[in-house]
Write a protein that binds this ligand. Structure first.
Ligand SMILES: Nc1ncnc2c1ncn2[C@@H]1O[C@H](COP(=O)(O)OP(=O)(O)OP(=O)(O)O)[C@@H](O)[C@H]1O
Ligand SMILES: O=P(O)(O)OC[C@H]1O[C@H](OP(=O)(O)OP(=O)(O)O)[C@H](O)[C@@H]1O
Length: 213
C-alpha cells in the first residue's frame, strides 16, 4: 500500500465551500477534522488513499510546490503571487470568488505618494509591484498579513492592494476601490512531478475537472 496522497487545504473561508467538492471527488476527512478543539494538523480520510492537512492559504502553495503535499486547493491570488514553476493549477473550482484591488482613502490619497512612486500596504508585494510597474509607477510595498484596510488612516501607506468581495470592509474603513489587479477564484493545484509519477494525482485532477465542468 503506497503512502497516502497529502491534500492541503486552507483553514479559513475557502474550506466550507471546498469540503463538499472534495467529498464528491472522494476525499472525505475523518470526523476529528471538523472538531475545532482538535489540535492535529493532519487527518486521515475515509479512503486510505488520502490524508488532508490544514494550513495557512499561502502555505498551501508552498507545501504543494515543494512536493510535501501533492494536491491542494488555494486562491488564484496566492498562486499568482508566488508563481512557483513546480505548481500546476489545472482546474478553476469556481469557489472563493473575489478580486484583488487597489484602494485608497475616499478623501484622497495620502501625500506620501508621488507621481511615479506609491507606497502600498499589502499581503501581495509581488503582484502589487508588477501591477504598478506595468503602468510606469514604482511601488514601495509595506508587507502586512491582514487588516490592510487600516493602514492608510494611520499613515502607513497611501493605498492598499487587498481582496474585495462585497466591498463592505473598504466602505467601513473609509476607502474606495480605484482599480482591479485581478479576478480571483479557488483552484485545484498539484505538484508537477507528482502529477507525472503518481496516477492517483492525475485521477484526482480528472475527477475535479469533471466536477467543475
Ligand atoms: N472576502 C473574500 N471573499 C471570497 N474569497 C476570499 C475573500 N477573502 C479571501 N478570499 C479567498 O480566500 C483565500 C484565503 O482562504 P482562507 O481564508 O480559507 O485561508 P486562511 O488560511 O484562513 O487565510 P490566512 O492565511 O489569510 O488566514 C484568499 O487567498 C482568497 O483566494
Ligand atoms: O469586500 P468584503 O466582502 O468586505 O471582503 C473583503 C475582506 O475579506 C478578506 O478578509 P478576511 O475576512 O479573510 O480577513 P483577514 O483580514 O484576516 O484576511 C479581505 O482581506 C478583506 O479584508
Amino acid at each position: 500500500m503506497p503512502a497516502p496522497l497529502t491534500f492541503a487545504v486552507p483553514k479559513g473561508r475557502i474550506l466550507d465551500e471546498a469540503l463538499p467538492l472534495m467529498a464528491r471527488a472522494g476525499v472525505v476527512p475523518e470526523a476529528g477534522f471538523h472538531d475545532k478543539s482538535d489540535r492535529r494538523l493532519a487527518f486521515g480520510c475515509t479512503s486510505e488513499d488520502y490524508r488532508v492537512i490544514r494550513v495557512r492559504a499561502f502555505d498551501v502553495a508552498t507545501f504543494v510546490a515543494h512536493g510535501a503535499a501533492q494536491v491542494g486547493i488555494v486562491g488564484s491570488d496566492v498562486i499568482e503571487e508566488f508563481d512557483y514553476s513546480d505548481l500546476y493549477a489545472p482546474v478553476d473550482l469556481g469557489i472563493g470568488r473575489c478580486r484583488l484591488s487597489v484602494a485608497e482613502p475616499a478623501a484622497g490619497a495620502a501625500s506620501i505618494d508621488g507621481a511615479s512612486h506609491v507606497r502600498v500596504a499589502t499581503k501581495y508585494p509581488g503582484l502589487t509591484r508588477q501591477y504598478f510597474e506595468a503602468r510606469g509607477v514604482q511601488a514601495e510595498c509595506v508587507k502586512l498579513n491582514g487588516a490592510m484596510e487600516i493602514a492608510p488612516a494611520l499613515g502607513l501607506a497611501g493605498r492598499i492592494v487587498d481582496l474585495v468581495e462585497s466591498g463592505r470592509t473598504l466602505v467601513e474603513n473609509g476607502l474606495v476601490e480605484t482599480a482591479t489587479v485581478m479576478e480571483v477564484s479557488a483552484r485545484l493545484i498539484a505538484n508537477r512531478a507528482a502529477l507525472k509519477t503518481d496516477p492517483r494525482v492525475s485521477a484526482l485532477v480528472e475527477r475535479f475537472r469533471e466536477l467543475a465542468a
